[in-house]
Design a binder for this molecule. Sequence first.
Ligand code: NAP
Length: 217
Amino acid sequence: MNKPYVIANCAMSADGKIALPTRKQLRISCNEDIERMYKLRNKYDAVLVGINTVLSDDPKLTVKEKYVEQPHQPIRIILDSHCKTPEAALAADGVAKTFIIAAEKCNKKYGNNVEVIQCETDQNGFIDLEKLLDLLYDRGIKMLMVEGGSTVIWNFLKQRLADELYVYIGPMIVGGKDTPTMADGEGIKNIDELISLKIVETSRIGPGILIHYKMIK
Ligand SMILES: NC(=O)c1ccc[n+]([C@@H]2O[C@H](COP(=O)([O-])OP(=O)(O)OC[C@H]3O[C@@H](n4cnc5c(N)ncnc54)[C@H](OP(=O)(O)O)[C@@H]3O)[C@@H](O)[C@H]2O)c1
């Protein structure tokens, strides 16, 4: 299978939460970390999120020009089997290209610069990530940045489809047993399914810490 090089990036609290208990967005990254994230985005061909992130946070997923010398807008990719992406979503605002990855039955039309691409689903009814990565590679996407949320990051890690992971840990506690964490999904069933990581680098960024991992496959 051909696949782009995949990194996942997210920001979490000291107790591993990535949003508020209401699942609404929580600003965890400091300004320096946000700058790091934009610089990273600027190097990638595409950035990818799940539909729940679009519905809860309405992210724009572009590169802010003040943070980089030569801005390049990555393709914005939304995993959205049933085309629930609102027409007014910022990630589909036409200023950069957007791919909405839908199940084969879904064929909604959006505005300029937004393409609905149908992809096979897996046994859980989710977009089949291996098929998707193959398809994205054929469309010229060689470097992909996965930005969440929990279910999407879980599936990329569980299926060993991410190559690297960046986690910014902000000095705060959110709590709540149902608050989203960096990797939710169904979790592993046996110890031999543990997803092992190797720490490449740790650095202090503002009040928090960035950990850069490589996946051990
Ligand atoms: N702190 C951070 O860095 C950060 C970053 C991003 C998001 N977040 C937070 O994350 C939360 C959202 O996470 P979430 O887990 O609820 O949703 P999500 O990961 O954003 O989206 C999951 C949805 O994407 C669709 N999907 C299709 N194919 C998939 C696949 N192969 N794997 C996974 N998902 C697939 C499914 O919906 P369909 O079946 O309808 O297609 C699935 O329910 C929000 O609270 C947001 O604020 C935090």
